[in-house]
Design a protein around this ligand. Structure first.
Ligand SMILES: [Zn+2]
Length: 288
C-alpha cells in the first residue's frame, strides 16, 4: 500500500496550511459569534484531540481509500466506469457522489447511537471556530474508513480524485467551522451552493432540531434535497455545544478521549430543561 502522495503532501497540504492561517487571522479580526472560553485553552484541548485524529486520517484513511480506488480502476468496477463518460464528466460526477456520501455519513453520525458517541466529542466544543474543524475523535476517523472505502468501490472513484476531494473537503471543513463574519449578502449567495460559517453554526446549536439540520460538508444542495436545510436562526441566538456537556472542566484532553466510552447523557441542560426555540418562518432565509 502506498503511503506517500507527493502532490497531496507538497501541494495540497501547504495550500491548506496557508488557507488555515488566513482563516485564523481573519476570524480573530471579524468575529461572527462572541467567544465564551479562552482561545489558548481551546487550542490545547482541540489540538490534543486532533493530534490523535489527524495521523489516522493521513496514514489510514487516505492510503486505504487511495489503494481501494486504484484497485477499483484496475478492475473497472463501480458506477463511473460503466457510464464511460469523458474524464472531466467522470471527475465531476465522482465529486458529487463523494460529497453526497459524506452528507449521508454525517446524518448517520447523528442517528446511530454508537457513532454519535464519537461525533459528540466534536459537538461538545463550547465555541465554534477554526480549531473545531480538527476536533474529531480518532474513533470517528477510523470508523469512516470502511464506509468511505465502500463508497469508492460502489461509485468507481479514480484514485487521483480521492486525493483531490480530500484536500477540498478539509479546506471546506476549515472554512465552515471558522468564526469568520462574512457580509450577510455574500454569505446568502455562497450558501446557495456551499456550506458557510453561519449555515454550519446552526448545526452546532444546543437546540435538537437545529443540530439535526445542515449536515452537508461541501455543497449545501444535499440539505436542500432532503429538506434538512435551516438558515433562519440568527447567530446571536445560538448557544454552541450539546446541552448536557456545559462544564468547561470536562473539556480536558483525557475527558474528551474517554467521552465515547462512557454513559451518554440525555439531550437536557444541567437544570433538567430541554433547550427549545419556537419555529421561525421561512427556513431558507439566512439571518445575521
Ligand atoms: Zn454533526
Amino acid at each position: 500500500m502506498r503511503f506517500l502522495f507527493p502532490k497531496f503532501d507538497k501541494v495540497g497540504m501547504p495550500l491548506l496550511g496557508v488557507a488555515a492561517a488566513a482563516l485564523f487571522v481573519l476570524e480573530a479580526k471579524r468575529q461572527l459569534r462572541p467567544r465564551t472560553r479562552p482561545l489558548a485553552e481551546r487550542l490545547v484541548e482541540n489540538g490534543s484531540v486532533a493530534a490523535a485524529a489527524l495521523p489516522a486520517l493521513r496514514f489510514l484513511l487516505v492510503p486505504v481509500t487511495y489503494a481501494t480506488a486504484s484497485m477499483v480502476t484496475k478492475k473497472g468496477c463501480g458506477i463511473l466506469p460503466l457510464l464511460m463518460l469523458p474524464r472531466w464528466a467522470a471527475y465531476g460526477l465522482g465529486f458529487l457522489m463523494l460529497d453526497y456520501s459524506n452528507y449521508l455519513w454525517h446524518v448517520l453520525l447523528h442517528k446511530s447511537e454508537w457513532l454519535w458517541r464519537f461525533h459528540n466529542v466534536h459537538h461538545t466544543d463550547l465555541d465554534l471556530d477554526l480549531s473545531t474543524a480538527w476536533r474529531f475523535h480518532v474513533g470517528e476517523n477510523i470508523a469512516s474508513v470502511p464506509y468511505r472505502s465502500a463508497v469508492v468501490v460502489a461509485a468507481g472513484i479514480p484514485a487521483s480524485l480521492v486525493l483531490l476531494y480530500e484536500v477540498i473537503f478539509e479546506g471546506c471543513t476549515a472554512f465552515h467551522h471558522s468564526n469568520l463574519r462574512l457580509p450577510l449578502q455574500v454569505e446568502r449567495g455562497l450558501s446557495k451552493v456551499m456550506v458557510t460559517p453561519r449555515l454550519h453554526g446552526i448545526h452546532h446549536s444546543i437546540v435538537a432540531k437545529e443540530t439535526n439540520s445542515n449536515f452537508s460538508v461541501i455543497l449545501s444542495w444535499w440539505d436542500r434535497l432532503h429538506n434538512t436545510l435551516r438558515l433562519n436562526v440568527p447567530q446571536a441566538a445560538i448557544t454552541i455545544g450539546t446541552p448536557a456537556y456545559r462544564d468547561p472542566a470536562e473539556q480536558t484532553p483525557k475527558c474528551l478521549f474517554l467521552m465515547p466510552f462512557q454513559k451518554q447523557r440525555p439531550w437536557v441542560l444541567p437544570d433538567g430543561t430541554v433547550p427549545e426555540r419556537p419555529e421561525i418562518p421561512n427556513r431558507e432565509q439566512l439571518l445575521s
